[in-house]
Write a protein that binds this ligand. Structure first.
Ligand SMILES: Cc1ncc(COP(=O)(O)O)c(C=O)c1O
Length: 270
């Protein structure tokens, strides 16, 4: 008996993989500017960490394939600004949750023109009522199970541009599509991501930049009340860089800070 696949009521031959079936996949959202990927090495490092944690077979050669395919995408989009969503799924070889040890990685990329930032300086932040799931084995990875974020965006009725998500202990972990960073007394704070959250490449770059200036960083537990005591808050992702926050759940915050501006200038120069 041969297996068949039906899509929208029609038999089809679809490139099914375990990303479709179980979310058994990792992805990266990259900015491609004038044929150059921004922070490419950091994206590759996070993917490599994901391959290791999820025990993808033949990870080194898979990473090489990712680089080759990215080079081809860059060569085909040498002008203008593009967003590349690159997903590496595990190949589907049989039925059931247990992955086949022989399963290779399947690389898929979606390339769309960069339509400009949706998060702008002075943005308003609010809290999501949706609790963020915890799984230490997946914490930090950008894996393809994003239903927490889907629920958070779906359930929110307010006008804020981005939502902060808390874990079951009421600790702030990250935004729905960003990481959170804060400045106080020359320290750059960001939530610790040991049990949940995506360790963003932009978060990492900002922390490294801060350290390179000889200033201290602190990855720690942060509660909503801690945030109101900060001098300056920003959210970040690979597409937007650091974006200063002007309002948090109705409280006005100062979106200007000398060191915040220094970070933004360093990002612009990337
Ligand atoms: C849930 C979540 N957290 C954090 C980030 C920021 O990650 P990066 O800086 O790698 O874009 C994203 C990016 O899309 C995200 O979806």
């Amino acid at each position: 008996m041969t297996a068949s696949c039906w899509y929208q009521g029609q038999p089809q031959s679809l490139p099914l993989d375990r990303g479709w079936l179980y979310g058994d996949a990792l992805f990266e959202t990259l900015m491609l500017r004038q044929g150059q990927f921004r922070l490419f090495a950091l994206h590759l490092e996070r993917l490599a960490l994901g391959f290791e944690r999820l025990q993808f077979a033949a990870a080194p050669s898979l990473l090489e394939q990712v680089q080759e395919q990215c080079a081809a995408i860059a060569a085909a989009h040498g002008e203008g600004d593009w967003v590349v969503r690159l997903q590496v799924s595990r190949q589907l070889l049989g039925r059931g949750y247990k992955p086949d040890a022989q399963a290779t990685g399947v690389i898929m990329a979606q390339v769309t023109p960069w339509a400009g930032p949706v998060l702008k300086p002075g943005l308003s932040l609010d809290y999501s009522q949706v609790q963020l799931s915890e799984q230490p084995l997946l914490a930090g990875l950008k894996h393809a199970n994003r239903l927490d974020q889907v629920l958070a965006r779906q359930q929110y009725q307010g006008a804020a541009q981005e939502l902060l998500m808390l874990n079951g202990q009421g600790q702030v972990i990250c935004g729905t599509m960003t990481n959170l960073l804060a400045i106080k007394n020359n320290v750059l704070y960001t939530p610790r991501l040991a049990r949940a959250g995506v360790a963003g490449v932009m978060r990492r770059w900002l922390l490294e930049q801060w350290c390179a200036w000889g200033l201290p960083v602190s990855e720690q537990l942060l509660y909503p009340q801690d945030l109101l005591a900060m001098e300056y808050l920003m959210v970040s992702n690979a597409l937007h860089g650091p974006v200063p926050v002007g309002q948090l759940a109705g409280h006005a915050l100062n979106p200007d800070h000398v060191k915040g501006q220094r970070l933004m200038a360093a990002f612009e120069a990337l």
